[in-house]
Design a protein around this ligand. Structure first.
Ligand code: G3P
Ligand code: CA
Length: 284
């Protein structure tokens, strides 16, 4: 599903061409259209329909024909890259404790599906490698480095996972790495400059200045703010700096329509069908 977001009539006009004797040749209508494609990103997988950051949610992203899935990466006590949003396992599993204090074997014992619905009992916390192996070539992957200050060296480990799979070269695997921690984004960019990177920006009443955007543009390809910060002026200013924007997180159709209208490049959503209403209803 490569949804055509906008068909912009950038010049619609009629003119009359005159022959040398002054007679009219024809009235022609010239219509120039510019079409733009928009990327739907399934947030933590299609997490409106399946437990976030599980293979079930990622599979749903593919079923729903999103262009990308988004996931959150952290690190276990013994150095495994694991896909989970919170820094503790309490909310999304049947266990308790900090991710960084648990070994991968301990994390693997947890049920990451039942909290959402018993129908998903037995879903596991995936590793980044498992997701890359399963979904490369099937759907783009937007990797968020979550709380990197807790995990020294996590940028190098993510880079290694991509290089080991030859996924750092331009091919049909669309990969983007992003974080709220902009130092971490810069570190990753310096390690693997062939992979596009994005800066996540949380809500601030001060907005995002042109000075900030210019700084981001020295290393980032994407500026991805909280959707409540977005208006057409900010989208234009991001574009003026040569970057794109994928705001987050859409959980209602009005927000999706608003973002479509102001010309964002992508939408990060729990409900991919809210962005493309032509998709079949995916609710279980
Ligand atoms: O991809 C953007 C979004 O995931 C950032 O917020 O808290 O859902 O990781 P969060
Ligand atoms: Ca995230």
């Amino acid at each position: 599903m490569k949804r055509i977001l906008q068909t912009l009539a950038v010049g619609v006009f009629a003119f009359t061409s005159l022959l040398p004797d002054g007679t009219a040749l024809a009235n022609e209508e010239v219509t120039k259209k510019e079409q733009k494609q928009m990327t739907t990103v399934a947030h933590r997988g299609a997490s409106g329909y399946a437990p976030e950051n599980t293979m079930a949610a990622f599979e749903k992203s593919v079923d729903m024909k999103a262009e990308m899935l988004e996931l959150d990466v952290q690190m276990s006590k013994d150095g495994e890259l694991v896909v989970i949003h919170d820094t503790s396992v309490d909310r999304t599993t049947n266990g308790t404790g900090a991710v960084k204090d648990m070994t991968y074997e301990e994390l693997l014992q947890l049920d990451a599906g039942s909290y959402f619905n018993e129908a998903f009992a037995g879903e596991k916390i995936p590793t980044l490698g498992e997701v890359l192996d399963e979904y490369r070539g099937k759907i783009g992957i937007l990797i968020e480095i979550k709380s990197p200050s807790l995990y020294p060296g996590i940028e190098q480990k993510i880079a290694d996972e991509l290089v080991d799979r030859n996924m750092h070269k331009p091919n049909n695997n669309k990969i983007i790495v992003q974080s709220f921690d902009h130092d971490s984004v810069m570190t990753f960019h310096s390690l693997l400059p062939s992979i596009p990177v994005g800066v996540l920006v949380g809500y601030s009443p001060n907005g995002i200045s042109n000075v900030q955007l210019a700084a981001f543009s020295s290393y980032a390809d994407y500026v991805n703010p909280n959707l409540s910060m977005i208006d057409s002026d900010l989208v234009q200013r991001i574009h003026n700096q040569g970057m794109e924007t994928y705001p987050w997180t859409v959980r209602d159709e009005l927000s999706a329509d608003f973002l479509l209208n102001v010309g964002v490049d992508g939408i990060i959503t729990d409900y991919p069908d809210y962005v493309d209403p032509h998709l079949p209803d995916q609710a279980a």
